[in-house]
Design a protein around this ligand. Structure first.
Ligand code: NAD
Ligand code: DAU
Length: 346
């Protein structure tokens, strides 16, 4: 039996990971800490709260005293750090909080991990640390040795954290692993991200704001497959290593939006091209050969199936996301998209 400390478990991927652990490893204890920022939703963990093996504490990973206290009490064997500011557009508006949570928070967690001698510290990172690839070179993919070359304050903060993780491994011998995953989609994703935002807007017959010409390419992976990969890495992955995780599933944004429109029986007239994101990365594409060869991982859910499952989830869990899009999010949407939508309609 192990105690796994999961940070950011009230967010999208962290919550999916908590549920996978409770189902797959019922012998383990899960301690979840989360600051409950705008992106954290305690209702997402309602079912987990019923499990005797699950504990939740509202803690900011930058709060050294609180983090050390929970480590002292729980003595985790494994730490999995999902907690982060995760939205690129918000990092362009306000970089400071990204540096604080994503870099300083990681340092605090690793200091506590050293002090309480955890057996594994796992950092959940992103393919965005590699920068982007050109559209006309489909032969190029990100491998674990691709140099870090970031574009946004978000990706820079994640790359900074990755460098720090490697430094803690080399300097202090902390038993670390890092995973760098491509774009996730699935249940419980906050509706500021492309897929849930398009589903929510289409259902409300609102404009679907596509940045630039919608030609940017992302490599989409169903969230459960990401969680299964992390589960393998923390139990069987080699200390000190980085593992890329990707879906072998490159798609243009505009094609994703059209799939969602079709599935919901809406009109393509809802598509509204808006001013592009500053510094917008063109293409991400992951080469996941290493995790396949070393740990036998492969994505299990193909996009055609995963996107229908995801749309069905948002249709049958309207109360989960309608609360979000009718609250503080209204101001966020107006601030981020108000001017861009007005300009695009001229
Ligand atoms: P999310 O924004 O949905 O959730 C983040 C969670 O972290 C929230 O519950 C939030 O309350 C919590 N949090 C934020 N600041 C905190 C702090 N200071 N202390 C404690 N908790 C805090 O993010 P997500 O999409 O689930 O991403 C999780 C991780 O995976 C992030 O590290 C992200 O960089 C990485 N990642 C995401 C994707 C993706 O496609 N979403 C892909 C690759 C990697
Ligand atoms: O690649 C992994 C990363 O994927 C993670 O590290 C990030 O945490 C996660 O947010 C995601 O980043 P992206 O910027 O790729 O995801 P997002 O959903 O914000 O955007 C996906 C694409 O869709 C991107 O090219 C921008 C575009 N887009 C996005 C929004 C929100 C639009 O065209 N319109 C929109 O309204």
């Amino acid at each position: 039996m192990s105690t796994i400390l999961v940070t950011g478990g009230a967010g999208f991927i962290g919550a999916n990971f908590v549920y996978l652990q409770l189902e797959k490893h019922p012998e383990d204890r899960i301690v979840c800490i989360d600051k409950l920022t705008y992106a954290g939703n305690l209702h997402t963990l309602d079912k987990a709260m019923q499990s005797p093996n699950f504990r939740f504490e509202k803690i900011d990973i930058c709060d050294r005293e609180a983090v050390f206290a929970i480590f002292k009490e729980e003595r985790p064997d494994i730490v999995v750090n999902f907690a982060a500011e995760s939205h690129v557009d918000r990092s362009i508006e306000n970089p400071g909080v990204f540096l604080q949570t994503n870099i300083v928070g990681t340092q605090v967690l690793m200091d506590a991990s050293r002090e309480y001698k955890v057996k594994r510290y796992h950092q959940v990172s992103t393919d965005e640390v590699y920068g982007d690839l050109p559209l006309d070179r489909p032969d190029l993919l990100f491998t674990e040795t691709t140099p870090l070359k970031t574009s946004s304050p978000y990706s820079s903060s994640k790359a900074g954290a990755d460098l720090l993780v490697n430094a803690y491994h080399r300097t202090f011998g902390l038993p670390t692993t890092i995973s760098r995953c491509s774009n996730n989609y699935g249940p419980y994703q906050f509706p500021e991200k492309l897929i849930p935002l398009m589903i929510a807007n289409a259902l409300a017959n609102k404009p679907l704001p596509v940045y630039g010409e919608g030609l940017n390419v992302r490599d989409w992976l169903y969230v459960e497959d990401h969680c299964k990969a992390i589960d393998l890495i923390i139990r069987q992955g080699k200390v000190g290593e980085v593992y890329n995780i990707g879906g072998h599933n490159e798609m243009r944004n505009i094609d994703i939006v059209k799939i969602i429109i079709k599935a919901l029986g809406k009109s393509e007239d809802l598509i509204t091209y808006v001013a592009d994101r500053k510094g917008h990365d063109m293409r991400y594409a992951i080469d996941p050969t290493k995790i396949h060869n070393e740990l036998g991982w492969l994505p299990e859910t193909m996009f055609a199936e995963g996107i229908q499952k995801t749309i069905a989830w948002y249709l049958s869990n309207k109360d989960w996301w309608e609360k979000i899009v009718s609250g503080e999010y209204v101001h966020y949407f107006e601030k981020m998209y108000g001017e861009r939508l007005k300009k695009s309609q001229k």
